[in-house]
Design a protein. Structure first.
Length: 224
């Protein structure tokens, strides 16, 4: 597993290095079968403790008083996370988040320097557009995550979101922001045993791996 505390040197070095390749991109849990069978929990967590915010503002969707609360730990270079965000999440948002049944929290769990850089840029995104920036990065994941020059590729993506070269550099050299994202990741691993992405904490149960719509819907329904 990558080091927990990513340093600025590691971050910038990782952006400059050559293609990360598919081995790093494949980091994550195993996708569940395409059926409505409930997935097995891989452990219990203290949900009240897990819901306590970390050093950065929480990125949330839905009503915080909803009966089902979901925390997703994800990495921007994880293809399982990209698939979940593209295929499953929109349906869950429409059927459960927007209808007041689910409160959803996104939390960063970067597995590598490029994922860390992407999360830092999302936190710095102009006009607070964290989730639109994440969607943009996922939509072009293979382009920037495996580029020979990661910094140049990510700068191109950032410019589409309204960054300038100056604001891009300022964000990626923000030591406090780097430390804060490290803290979120470190806490997830040490306190809740997160070691793969995506990992979901749902009403006190922990699940790992990409879930198709039917599986997550069945799981949420079982808790309503």
């Amino acid at each position: 597993m990558p080091e927990i505390q990513m340093t600025k040197r590691t971050l910038l070095g990782g952006l400059a290095m050559g293609s990360l390749g598919t081995a790093l991109l494949s980091t994550g849990g195993t996708a569940f079968a395409e059926d409505a069978k409930l997935p097995d929990s891989i452990g219990k967590v203290d949900m009240a403790e897990a819901l306590k915010p970390g050093p950065l503002p929480e990125i949330t969707e839905g009503d915080e008083n909803a009966p089902v609360k979901i925390i997703e730990y994800y990495s921007l270079t994880c293809p399982h996370c990209e698939n979940f965000q593209k295929v499953t999440y929109p349906a869950i948002k429409k059927d459960y988040i927007d209808t007041g049944k689910v409160y959803y929290i996104f939390r960063e769990f970067p597995f590598d320097p490029r994922a860390m850089a992407g999360f830092m840029l999302a936190r710095c995104a102009p006009n607070g557009k964290y989730l639109p920036f994440v969607d943009l990065m996922f939509s072009q994941q293979r382009t920037w995550a495996t580029a020979e020059d990661g910094s140049a590729a990510m700068l191109q993506m950032a410019k589409l979101a309204g960054f300038t070269q100056e604001s891009f550099q300022a964000c990626l050299t923000d030591q406090k922001l780097l430390d804060d994202v490290n803290t979120i990741r470190d806490r997830a691993e040490k306190e809740f045993g997160v070691n793969a992405t995506p990992t979901f904490l749902i009403n006190g149960e922990k699940y790992a791996g990409d879930m198709p719509v039917d599986t997550m819907s069945a799981l949420i329904n079982s808790m309503l």
